[in-house]
Design a protein around this ligand. Structure first.
Ligand code: 6R9
Length: 653
């Protein structure tokens, strides 16, 4: 390991296990030969206009044809210029018109165990009813609708209803506070709010409408509130003239509204994502390019087939829910399981119970969930028959090799490929991932870019760096699913993503590329730790900690140090052991053995849990403040559990 020149990162952890795709899987896969991928990748890179023209014509409905394929004037882009399409049409009518209306679209299970199945035809009827009601409430093209709902079919219905009439949805995760709703409503100028009376979470009912009422006092642009009766409490106050019940205004409609032909670049949705500091930004996605990207990446990465039962465990309040619960799978005509509640209700085996009951074939979840399952113990998994599974996916954070191995053996029975999918709210859909029929996987690597994605790793001056070290990950060419801007703040869009390396999209992540051309995400740029001039990535040190049998989760941050510049502070959660000084010393030594003295944590704290965003990402920014003894600053609106912060301050050992 050498002292790293500016911009480069020292790659320190060696992981060279290789898992070729199972032969049985490869035989029937969408991508079954490497040559097929390479041909497609090269064509997309060399003749993007021709490639995407064919893709768009084959995979979407066009009310009016587009002319130019891609109009690129960095940082502004238009795809499929002048064309008219509709995402709800592509998700519903396209299948129904092709005689596939009786296929199951959504198989839903509520937390209390109630169930509902909707075919594509039934789903369209519900979407039309909701769209008709929204129109009566004065909503039309370009109006923003905030959706704050439990994971019920009506959440998908509301999103598609917006898409049907050209309204722009802004889904707000139904765990956010009234203050967060206010910020988002006001930033977007939302005209309508859709919510429910209550939400089930671990057997309790959270009063959603109460939170919304509080928020609406400070949301002057919102004129109406449409309320779904989900939990059935009696004491839901309805404000006359503003609030209406779903069962009164939606269920009574005819359900036959044709989809509005919308411009390719019509705004489809805004999704707020936390900036590392400052206020959340509304990432803006438009219709045609996003829709095509979600559909094709879904089909490529999840190797989708007619008889699959696909389950993405995300919440629709996260981009993963948008692209891989709603727009991707439904455009592809998939049968999707949707689950409302917590993974540990009534017991820690709920997910495995669902997989067995509905014979799920494709499961897409997040490392944070996988690490929780490991902590809860194998006995919950062992009770169930998981033999229906054929493919597993991961998203949201790097998956530590140990968690990858557990997922592979315990859940996948060593027979299911794992697709570790790297992407962002901003990218609209998956950018790098194994293709399950052809890619030999390495635990912890998202492997290679999908067709249409041209990555570059650069240093702080924008120069491409030696691949084996690491640097900042950029994307060099526009792709159809890319964000079109930040709602109401185009200057911030240009500044944040396009100013540092002109002409290239800056992802904000660090990455390195290995000798096989595989990419390894090394964490956020802001998270790099500089120890005596060596720039270390958080994920590698965390993965070393996680490879110790007592460690469940680890988060590593830098804190100021007079001598080394930065010292390493680690926060770990453990299982099957009591936290004590002996374990602390053992874990520090473990990292030293795995990586080297340089990466040995100076501080190691045991924590009951780590602070995370709602989508399960560890908030290292907060831990940095804790580690350096500072007040916790910045935006904490996306923090999942505030009590975690208090607990982190008193070391438990
Ligand atoms: C889809 C989503 C984006 C950030 C991204 C990166 C991290 C996501 C990852 C991953 C390593 C993966 N991330 N997937 N890191 N490996 N497979 O998560 O979107 O919520 O916007 O987060 O998440 O740091 O930049 P979003």
């Amino acid at each position: 390991m050498t002292n790293s020149p500016s911009g480069q990162i020292d790659h320190v952890l060696i992981e060279d296990r290789l898992f070729p795709p199972p032969a049985e899987f490869a035989k029937k896969a969408v991508f079954s030969t490497t040559a097929q991928y390479e041909e497609m990748y090269n064509r997309a890179a060399e003749s993007p206009d021709e490639f995407w023209r064919e893709e768009a014509l084959e995979h979407m409905h066009w009310f009016e044809p587009f002319g130019e394929v891609c109009k690129w004037d960095a940082p502004n882009v238009e795809w499929f210029v002048g064309g008219k399409t509709n995402a709800s049409y592509n998700c519903l009518d396209r299948h129904i018109n092709a005689g596939r209306g009786d296929r199951k679209a959504i198989i839903w299970e509520g937390e209390p165990g109630d169930t509902r199945v909707l075919t594509y035809s039934e789903l369209r009827t519900e979407v039309c009813k909701c769209a008709e009601a929204m129109k009566q409430l004065g909503i039309g093209i370009g109006d923003v609708v905030s959706i704050y709902m439990p994971m019920t079919p009506e959440l998908t219905i509301a999103m598609l209803a917006c898409a049907r009439i050209g309204a722009v949805h802004s889904v707000i995760f139904a765990g956010f506070s009234a203050e967060s709703i206010v910020d988002r409503n006001n930033d977007a100028g939302a005209k309508l709010m859709i919510t429910a009376d209550g939400l089930y979470r671990r057997g309790k009912v959270l009063p959603l409408k109460k939170t919304v009422d509080e928020a609406l006092e400070k949301s002057p642009t919102v004129q109406h509130c449409l309320v779904l009766k989900r939990s059935g409490q009696d004491d839901v106050p309805m404000t006359a003239g503003r609030d209406v019940w779903w069962h009164e205004v939606v269920d009574t409609q005819a359900g036959e509204l044709p989809a509005e032909p919308l411009d390719s670049e019509a705004n489809l949705f805004i999704l707020y994502t936390s900036g590392s500091t400052g206020k959340p930004k509304g990432i803006r996605h438009t219709t045609a390019g996003y829709n095509l990207w979600a559909k094709r990446t879904f089909e490529w990465v999840f190797d989708h087939r007619e008889d699959d039962v696909y389950w993405c465990t995300a919440d629709c309040g996260w981009i993963t829910g948008h692209s891989y619960i709603v727009y991707g799978p439904l455009s592809a005509g998939a049968t999707c399981l949707m689950y409302e509640g917590a993974p540990n209700f009534p017991e820690e085996d709920r997910f495995w119970d669902l997989v067995e009951k509905y014979k799920v074939t494709i499961l897409y979840t997040a490392p944070t969930a996988i690490r929780a399952f490991i902590k809860w113990g194998d006995q919950h998994v062992d009770k169930h028959d998981l033999s229906s599974l054929r493919l597993l996916g991961s998203v949201g954070e790097g998956i530590n090799p140990e968690a990858w191995m557990w997922y592979h053996t315990k859940i996948g029975g060593e027979r299911c490929p794992i697709v570790d999918t790297w992407w962002q709210t901003e990218t609209g859909g998956i950018m790098m991932s194994p293709l399950p029929g052809i890619t030999a996987t390495k635990p912890g690597s998202c492997t290679r870019p999908l067709p249409g994605v041209v990555p570059a790793i650069v240093d702080e001056t924008g120069k491409e760096v030696d691949d084996h070290h690491g640097g900042m990950l950029c994307i060099s060419k526009p792709w159809p699913g890319m964000l079109r801007g930040i709602w109401g703040d185009e200057a911030r869009y240009a500044e944040q993503y396009w100013s540092m390396v002109p002409g290239k999209y800056l992802t904000g992540d660090n990455a390195r590329k290995d000798k096989d051309g595989y990419y390894w995400i090394m964490g956020r740029i802001d998270d790099v730790i500089n120890v005596s001039g060596h720039r270390l990535s958080t994920i590698e040190v965390e993965s070393a900690l996680c490879s110790h049998e007592a460690v469940c989760e680890a988060a590593v941050v830098g804190r100021p140090d007079d001598i080394k510049g930065q010292a390493i502070a680690a926060f770990v959660t453990i299982r099957d052991r009591e936290p004590d000084e002996a374990l602390r010393a053992e874990l520090k030594l473990h990292v030293r053995k795995q990586i080297g003295a340089l990466a040995q944590p100076d501080d190691l704290r045991f924590a009951a849990s780590l602070p995370k965003t709602r989508s399960g990402k560890i908030m290292r920014r907060l831990l940095r403040d804790v580690a350096s003894g500072k007040e916790i600053g910045g935006d904490t609106s996306t923090l999942e559990d505030f009590t975690v912060l208090a607990k982190l301050n008193d070391d438990e050992a």
